[in-house]
Design a protein around this ligand. Structure first.
Ligand code: GLY
Length: 377
């Protein structure tokens, strides 16, 4: 049983179903309607690398490597596109302070062995002719990619249906079924009991308030709001070919005329109000980088809630109660980390031992009660 039908929950479900396990996904709202719906879909381990987060960078890289195979297999299995494109990313600095910050970031990328080239203004403009004249220097990360998160959800739903797995939408979990100290399923608001060999918690930023679980099994995950807008222009004349990133915003060209501009980062609890200030910030900073965006239609403005953990690293593995597997806390990297998370969770559900590479992401590392028993299932 998987609780949560975002990109992570559905990907875990699909990989588990592929292994021959019997899978049911239970989702409070509609599949993909949480953070996934508001995701930029960047598969960008270079651009997202941050100081003191080496284990996350490693996991990000490993998952980015899995993406082409994951996308191809999912497209075959579902008959639907997921929008995976290795379009590359260009990080640009638009004033002297931003050049200094970009240098610092580039030094970190090189120290971590990431593939990223420093490029001057002429090369920046050769790569992206629509850049503002202020774009002085840049970092070209040619291997960065993207997927379309909404297309991903549709493909996963279809693939799950073809595998005979069940996705139950509009079903809120209200109680855990615990027998002899072991989690063996959950009850939903309609009174239905879902018995399971293992329960996967994949409810994103709501994992920390999963009050149907015993307190020691609730991961310390909190919401961080991100406002994000979609612009739309002619498909044949995109304002950029690559993901363009500044210190303040990223612009993701979808390849069909849409340009996703994200994102704010705000600690406002579960509030998802789209504010004038948020949209103004995104438009102002996007315009500074690519003035032609002024010609595009403002197609959508929404806010999503990133699931953040205390150390910004995801929680993937056996939880603090036997029978519970946790797959949450993916912070800014949910789409990027979907393949690696799904493969790890499916392996655990199939009875394999958690690999050493998952140790930094042990869901019990924040001091919740230590796990009992040997495995999740
Ligand atoms: N991955 C980008 C963001 O969270 O805004």
């Amino acid at each position: 049983m998987i609780v949560g039908a975002g990109a992570i929950g559905l990907a875990c479900a699909w990989r588990a179903a592929r292994r021959g396990l019997q899978v049911r996904v239970v989702e409070r709202g509609a599949p993909g309607s949480g953070a996934t719906w508001a995701s930029g879909g960047m598969i960008a381990p270079v651009g997202e690398a941050s100081w003191g987060e080496e284990p996350i960078v490693e996991l990000n890289l490993a998952s980015a490597e899995r993406w082409p195979g994951f996308a191809a297999e999912l497209e075959r299995a579902s008959g639907r596109p997921v929008g995976y494109r290795r379009c590359g990313a260009l990080h640009v600095a638009l004033d002297r302070d931003e050049v200094a910050e970009l240098r610092r970031r580039h030094e970190l990328q090189l120290r971590l062995g990431l593939k990223a080239d420093w490029v001057g203004p002429v090369e920046c403009r050769r790569l992206e002719p629509g850049l503002a004249p202020a774009a002085g220097s840049g970092v070209h990360a040619a291997h960065e990619a993207q997927a379309d998160p909404r297309a991903l959800i549709a493909a996963l739903e279809e693939a799950l249906e073809r595998e005979g797995a069940e996705v139950v939408a509009g079903a809120e979990v209200t109680d855990a079924l615990i027998e002899g100290g072991r989690l063996c399923g959950a009850r939903t608001a309609d009174g239905r009991e879902h018995r399971a060999g293992a329960v996967v918690l994949a409810t994103g930023c709501w994992s920390g308030v999963a009050d149907w679980l015993p307190p020691e099994a609730r991961p310390p995950v909190r919401p961080v709001k991100g406002e994000i807008i979609t612009l739309r222009g002619p498909e044949e004349r995109p304002v950029c070919e690559r993901i363009v990133v500044t210190e303040w915003v990223y612009l993701v060209p979808r390849g069909d005329g849409r340009l996703v501009v994200g994102a704010t980062a705000e600690e406002r609890g579960f509030d998802v109000t789209v504010t004038a200030g948020g949209v103004h910030h995104l438009l102002r900073e996007a315009y500074r980088a690519l003035p032609e965006i002024a010609e595009l239609e403002l197609a959508e403005a929404i806010a999503g809630l990133r699931p953040a953990s205390p150390d910004n690293a995801p929680l993937i593995g056996p939880g603090a109660i036997e029978g519970l597997v946790v797959a949450t806390g993916h912070w800014r990297h949910g789409i990027l980390l979907a393949p690696a998370t799904a493969d790890a969770v499916a392996a655990l559900l199939a009875g394999e031992e958690p690999p050493r590479s998952l140790r930094p992401f042990d869901p019990t590392r924040f001091g919740s009660k230590s796990r009992r028993g040997d495995g999740p299932a």
